[in-house]
Design a protein around this ligand. Sequence first.
Ligand code: 5AD
Ligand code: SF4
Length: 435
Amino acid sequence: MSDPKKLFIKTYGCQMNVYDSERMAEALGGKGYVQTDTADGADMILLNTCHIREKAAEKVYSDLGRLKPLKDLNPNLKIGVTGCVAQAEGQEIMRRSPLVDLVVGPQSYHRLPAMDDAIQTGAKALDTDFPEDDKFDTLKSRSKAKRGPTAFLTVQEGCDKFCAFCVVPYTRGAEVSRPADRVVREAQELVESGVREITLLGQNVNAYHGHEDGLAGLIWALNEVDGLERIRFTTSHPNDMDDALIEAHGSCSKLMPYLHLPVQSGSDKILKAMNRKHTAESYLKVIARIRDARPDILLSGDFIVGFPGETEADFEATLDLIRAVEYGQAYSFKYSTRPGTPAAEKPQLPDDVMDERLQRLQALLTEQQRDIQRSMVGREVDVLFEKKGRTEGQMIGKSQYLHATYADAPMDVLGQVRRVRITQSGTNSLGGELL
Ligand code: 5AD
Ligand code: SF4
């Protein structure tokens, strides 16, 4: 038998790309490819890309440039671009970068094995369709190989919301949900491979409609899967936090007390210009209802500073909203113009104004995160241990609130949920004692 071919995948961007990379590796596994963790010596390199902000998209071209010496060394090396830049820029990638043999969008990667056949003959292959056939029907079951205790599982893709700044409705297409019974089957397969915690993924995951009772219905169905101990989901839109989902946060034992609920801005004028279809007040009302259902829930958000037309007063309204919510985790970005989106037509704010606002926003968010982390000291939390820590005898995992938490513990805690008393709060993690 010939040696297995080596596949190196570099993943950019969001968790859905992490999931997609796993599925691409599994699809190519059927053709004799084995994944490696270095580009050197690989037979195929895939860059699974992100288009959400300009920086992420441009990085792909500089990374491609750096692969040239590898192709010079091994003319049989195949290079592919997958993910959202592939979807958005397709042919343009082939034109700008002659090294590239293959371009495939996020909805077509089940066709990778056939595309591999084509490129092995020296041809180029490009597929950025939104095909009729569902990639998940072709990909079928997950690999049985033993894996770590946490996994992502895509249940919904695409977005129909059309926020004025966002490329997702164009790169990932219209909202599509996977049927609940197939999601449950995949969850069972993951549990058989050692998974204890599943994060359900979707660009608009709480608009999931693959179960008659929406995402809450799916979560309750997964609550019945033996051996699965924790369920999370991301990313949600405030307008799709329905009663059943809020209620599940209060009553579903496997659903973790953590919610990522992006708001983007606290100014109603900017929210309207962003086409977010909610106000600061309606967002705060949703938050209040979630906290009624689950008082200890840890909240996370996404923020954009410097959206076209944002004044100092608009920006301060965002700071006010942040003060009102108190976030335990947050992601914040300078507005980035994306070609083809409605906001790209509007006059942009100067970069130094955006920089200064981002700094102030991040200072406030960091302070809130630290305060919440510090408030954990003295409390007992449940940690799902995932790997060895940096020092001898130390193990690391995540608490129910998604805080990275370390403790001295024997190796056999790996994959187990164990009680830990928090004794210290560091910059990005908590330390504690195993109970
Ligand atoms: N500029 C800056 N940030 C953006 N996001 C999406 N599009 C843009 C853009 N054009 C951010 C939003 C979203 C997160 C995934 O990325 O905050 O919630
Ligand atoms: Fe983009 Fe808005 Fe859809 Fe989120 S809800 S993916 S920000 S368009």
